[in-house]
Design a protein around this ligand. Structure first.
Ligand code: IDP
Ligand code: MG
Length: 136
């Protein structure tokens, strides 16, 4: 049975800064994830704190919010069969050194914090995160 989904992807500052936008977009397209919408933005630290509020109790929260707001990012709506889990698979593990071969984080990630991409982890969060950047 078909299970078409949408998920939110972010190309983080470390990858935008290294001109990897087209390379990363091509990986999504090659893996049958269509880019339904895309915009390059530079968010404030307060917006990053709002976006990442599920992580507010974590010791790395403040650094994470500073980092996501440190430079331009590209936010995208990806659509395809099982888009949420497929995107997570294409991204690879959070820490690039644990990521599988040919995943985005293995290819381009620098470290656990500068790991090049974000992807929603569930249907609930995909909806919330798409709304966060693309509604109104
Ligand atoms: P995910 O991006 O693979 O879903 P999460 O656990 O949701 O990983 O964490 C969100 C982001 O927070 C990660 O992408 C990473 O940049 C950062 N992060 C996660 N764990 C650590 C850590 O232990 N130290 C520093 N940064 C971390
Ligand atoms: Mg996550």
């Amino acid at each position: 049975m078909s299970n078409k989904e949408q998920t939110l992807s972010i190309i983080k500052p470390d990858a935008v800064e290294r001109d990897l936008i087209e390379e990363i977009k091509n990986i999504f397209i090659q893996n049958k994830l269509a880019i339904k919408d895309s915009k390059k933005i530079h968010i404030s630290k307060d917006e990053a704190a709002d976006f990442y509020k599920v992580h507010q109790s974590k010791p790395f929260y403040n650094d994470l919010c500073s980092y996501l707001s440190s430079g331009p990012i590209v936010v995208m709506i990806l659509e395809g069969e099982n888009a949420i889990s497929l995107n997570r698979k294409i991204m690879g593990a959070t820490d690039p050194k644990n990521a599988d071969e040919n995943t985005i984080r293995k290819l381009y990630g620098i470290s656990i914090d500068k790991n090049s991409v974000h992807g929603s982890d569930s249907q609930t969060n995909a909806k919330k995160e798409i709304d966060f950047f693309f509604k109104n």
